[in-house]
Structures are given as C-alpha cells and as structure tokens.
Write a protein that binds this ligand. Structure first.
Ligand code: DAT
Length: 165
C-alpha cells in the first residue's frame, strides 16, 4: 500500500534522473522532498570538494534517523540507499545515456568514465541490496519521468518485496 513506506530513497548513478524523479514522486505521494546534498550542507556535516560531497555516511544516517524518522519523505541522493529508509528505489539508465548527461553537465572525462563504469557493474544496486530488503530497480531508459514515476507507484502498490530477485 502506498503510504506504508514512510522514508523512500531514490538512488542511482549521477545523471540517472534521481532529482527529476524524486521531486515528481514526492509530489504524487504528497511526501516531503529532501535533497540529501542540501541536507548535509545545511547542517555542516560534510562539504563539497570539486562538486563532490564528502560526508561520513554514519553521521548522515544518524541525522536522517533523528530528523526524518516518522515523517513521510522522499530522499534524493546517491547515498540515500545507505540511510535508514523503508524502501529503496534504484534508478537505472543505459550507461551511454549516463555518459551523455554527465558530459553535458561538464564532468571531466575521468569522472564520466568512472560513473559510466559504476552503472555498468551495478555498484549502487549491489550496495542497496546489501543494506535493504525493500529494493525496487527501475530502468528509466526511453521513459519520460512521468512514466518512471507511474511505474514506481504501480510497483509500490503491488508489493515491493518481490521486485528484485
Ligand atoms: P541525477 O539527480 O540522478 O543526477 P537528474 O535528475 O539531475 O539526475 O537528471 C539528469 C538530466 O537528465 C537532467 O538534465 C534531466 C534529465 N532527465 C532525467 N530523467 C529523465 C528522463 N526520464 N527522460 C529524459 N531526461 C531525463
């Protein structure tokens, strides 16, 4: 049932569409939208180095637990699957698409390569499955954000536990 999951993480490789989808999902569910990067910076528990967030995951998880537990919120960020959430949505996209988007974002060749490779070898999915039972993997390639969100809502309604096997 939609609504049973209070804290929902939207995670994935940079460029996969987390922010786009997380905002829309939060809007559809009537949940608060939380940008984890902003959450970290506003609390002074991490810093940006060359546009990359440096933060202790355990410390971030502590703050998320303290401030967001019991609320209904969608957490947007590539560390969100390491937080104490009730449901993890791992967005996927074709590695070539990730490469194109990150190049357009001005990432260095090296950074683009690292992230394309991370998508290819399922880094975030593996981490998410290590940490949580409720994990949904959604391929976004060729889908509009609205379609991705509808798919997520359908999966939530139909019971999420069986989604990744
Ligand atoms: P992330 O937060 O994972 O880094 P984003 O939401 O900022 O990703 O999206 C990266 C870019 O891709 C941005 O220009 C919006 C676009 N985008 C995201 N989801 C999309 C989709 N399903 N279809 C087409 N473009 C999308």
């Amino acid at each position: 049932m939609v609504g049973e999951e209070m804290l929902i993480a939207v995670t994935g490789t940079p460029g996969v569409g987390k922010t786009t989808v997380a905002k829309l999902l939060a809007e559809k569910l009537g949940y608060e939208y939380v940008d984890l990067r902003r959450f970290v910076l506003e609390r002074g528990i991490g810093e940006l180095k060359y546009d990359e967030l440096e933060v202790e995951v355990d410390e971030l998880a502590y703050h998320v637990e303290r401030e967001l537990k019991g609320k209904r919120a969608v957490l947007d960020g590539h560390l969100s699957h390491l937080m104490p959430v009730d449901l993890v949505i791992v967005l996927r996209a074709h590695p070539k698409l990730i490469g194109k988007r990150l190049t357009a974002r001005g990432y260095s060749r090296e950074k683009v390569g690292e992230n394309v490779e991370a998508e290819l070898v399922d880094v975030i999915l593996v981490e998410a499955l290590d940490e949580h039972e409720n994990v949904i993997e959604v391929d976004t390639t060729g889908k509009r954000p609205e379609e991705v969100v509808e798919e997520i809502l359908d999966l939530i309604r139909s019971g999420v536990k069986k989604r990744v096997g």
